[in-house]
Ligand binder design. Structure first.
Ligand code: URA
Length: 244
């Protein structure tokens, strides 16, 4: 079940492959439980993480899962790839097949990648209207100056998308390095913005997405499970070392 909420009777009919009208008697005699409690109302809304049983048989039992990974350069943000190791290949977890990636990074970009099976959480983080800030460190080939800071803050017209980029906060940290904060995620956005100055990005790293900071103790290829609410406060101790 991938939608936010669905009706209990429809969920039962679909899961048990029975007509909707056959669900009514089951509900009436208390044979359906949601999170251990009998529910008689077929219009009851259930979500993807409700535990649903029919006459004692588990139909759905899914726990929300949130992971933070330090993606290495050369690993692809995809669930399957013929050529490269994927971020999913680096995960050793019984529920890994349920996971999806929350905002991709390019093959040659390193840093913070979030993964989850909770569609609501990932939509909140990636919806354009959420404008969630994403922080990157970049190293470029040619020297940087204030013209870059101004051009990034003003926005650039992207012909393919037919729109201006949102203002980007660019802070120069040395002659050829900078930190920047994006509030959107257009295709190859950072490389294309430096490309306007014919300046090549040599290294790109993402250190934060909204409130989630890449944990400095995670080496490239390592990940860890976040607390159930998706907050960093309640991190589990689970931590793995993987050789990509
Ligand atoms: N911008 C890029 O060009 N690449 C990324 O991976 C992320 C942002």
């Amino acid at each position: 079940m991938h939608s936010k909420h669905s009706r209990l009777d429809r969920f039962i009919a679909k899961s048990c492959q029975i007509p909707l009208k056959s669900v009514k008697p089951l509900l009436a005699r208390g044979a359906i439980t949601v999170n251990g409690v009998p529910v008689n109302d077929g219009q009851w809304r259930v979500c993807e993480f409700d535990r649903i049983e029919c006459q004692g048989t588990m139909l759905q039992h899914r726990s929300p899962l949130y992971l933070m990974m330090h993606k290495p350069v050369g690993v692809v943000c995809a669930t399957r790839d013929k050529q490269h190791t994927t971020v999913l290949d680096l995960i050793d977890h019984p529920a890994k097949d349920e996971l999806h990636i929350v905002g991709r990074l390019d093959l040659n970009t390193s840093g913070l990648v979030l993964l989850t099976n909770d569609g609501r959480w990932s939509r909140r983080l990636t919806a354009p209207e959420s404008k969630v800030p994403k922080r990157y460190q970049v190293r470029v080939k040619e020297s940087l100056d204030d013209r870059y800071v101004q051009a990034f803050a003003e926005g650039m017209y992207f012909e393919t998308e037919g729109c201006m980029t949102a203002p980007v906060e660019l802070t120069l940290t040395s002659a050829t390095t900078a930190e920047l904060v994006l509030t959107e995620g257009k295709y190859h956005q950072i490389k294309r913005m430096f490309g306007r100055f014919r300046n090549r990005v040599l290294a790109l790293h993402r250190s934060a997405v909204g409130p989630y900071e890449l944990d400095a103790t995670l080496a490239p290829g390592q990940y860890r499970v976040l607390g159930e609410s998706g907050e960093l406060g309640a991190l589990s101790k689970e931590k793995k070392r993987i050789n990509p």
